[in-house]
Design a protein around this ligand. Structure first.
Ligand SMILES: NC(=O)C1=CN([C@@H]2O[C@H](COP(=O)(O)OP(=O)(O)OC[C@H]3O[C@@H](n4cnc5c(N)ncnc54)[C@H](OP(=O)(O)O)[C@@H]3O)[C@@H](O)[C@H]2O)[C@@H](O)CC1
Ligand SMILES: Nc1ncnc2c1ncn2[C@@H]1O[C@H](COP(=O)(O)OP(=O)(O)O)[C@@H](O)[C@H]1O
Length: 283
């Protein structure tokens, strides 16, 4: 009897370790990757967590585009990560137009608004890698076709079950093979890598490749862990790692950092442990 269950690979460093970026003597901060994150208001912690994660994952420059009225909130708690204020939509789009940006992240704390939708579409128009998470997924609830039409470059969507259901009108199941099929169908429909988060995260690419990440302790079920993961993926994309491998590597490293920390994990702890995990993988 033919086996029509979708095939997948368990996530392991062997799938992506050789692609991890290594700085050398010719590196400068821009050549190591510039991540631009959309920062929202009043939920400001999420983009900052993502920024920390992007920077600790090796991006040479991480910046958060912030509405001018929220600038002091962001800037007061950021040092190496830059808060870039904008007073108008054209000013925000000028930040997005910066040729040096290597990858974008939108969603953490962005709010479910028309502005979030338009900013996402503007990022996608650049053709550069874009990570779409959290509120930027919700902002396209039942409008996945609008996203798929706009995607022209590498793109990773990182829904949890609720966001997946809002975006596509399909409730993810628990059964692994059916869940893989759901992620794969979404990936083909949207033309993006889908990282469907959970205890076992499914990472599906439009070409049919699927990786399942099980390196994830349950302590990751904590506020902001997804924001950190999104920042890590954006960082690897900005450093030139392809979308499927960037997603798989980030998921594995994220889980490993959580495992190293152990009990009492909060999202802030994850970026701090990423360098230790990267060191063991790159050495
Ligand atoms: N430090 C910060 O600043 C932080 C800021 N954050 C930012 O907050 C913003 C919105 O966050 P949010 O928690 O309000 O929205 P969301 O996660 O969509 O939950 C809404 C509902 O969805 C459902 N649901 C179904 N499946 C689910 C699942 N697997 N995991 C979770 N939920 C699931 C569930 O409803 P239920 O199914 O239980 O009825 C749930 O009540 C967003 O911008 C984010 O970036 C956070 O990241 C935290 C740290
Ligand atoms: N029970 C669990 N076991 C392992 N990992 C989990 C579990 N629940 C959630 N995670 C992981 O934790 C992260 C939670 O992300 P998300 O739901 O977006 O949270 P937030 O919006 O608060 O950042 C994801 O990487 C997900 O895979």
């Amino acid at each position: 009897m033919p086996n029509d269950q979708p095939s997948y690979q368990p996530n392991s460093p062997a799938l992506w370790q050789s692609l991890l970026p290594k700085p050398d003597a010719s590196s400068h901060k821009y050549s190591r990757g510039y991540v631009l994150i959309q920062g929202g208001y009043p939920v400001t912690g999420a983009a900052r967590l993502a920024g920390l994660a992007a920077a600790r994952s090796g991006a040479g420059i991480t910046a958060i585009a912030v509405p001018e009225h929220a600038f002091s909130i962001y800037a007061s708690q950021l040092l190496s990560i830059m808060a870039k204020p904008y007073a108008s939509t054209p000013e925000l789009y000028a930040l997005i137009d910066d040729q040096r940006v290597g990858a974008f992240l939108i969603g953490p704390g962005a709010d479910n608004t028309e502005e979030t939708r338009q900013t996402t579409l503007t990022m996608l128009q650049t053709g550069k890698p874009v990570v779409i998470d959290a509120d930027a997924l919700t902002a396209f609830a039942m409008q996945a076709d609008r996203l798929s039409k706009a995607i022209s470059g590498p793109c990773v969507l990182t829904p949890h079950d609720g966001e997946f259901q809002r975006l596509l009108g399909v409730k993810p199941t628990i059964e692994l093979h059916e869940r893989i099929q759901q992620a794969l169908t979404a990936s083909r429909q949207i033309h993006a890598v889908i990282l469907l988060k959970g205890a076992k995260s499914i990472i599906a690419a439009p070409d049919g490749k699927v990786i399942v990440n099980e390196n994830a302790p349950p302590t990751l079920a904590t506020a902001g862990a997804g924001d950190v993961l999104a920042g890590m993926i954006a960082s690897l994309l900005a450093q030139g790692v392809p979308a499927l491998e960037a997603s798989a590597a980030a998921a594995w490293i994220h889980g490993e950092a959580a495992r190293l920390f152990g009990t009492g994990l909060i999202a802030e702890d994850l970026p701090e442990l990423v360098p230790q995990v990267l060191e063991s993988l790159i050495a």
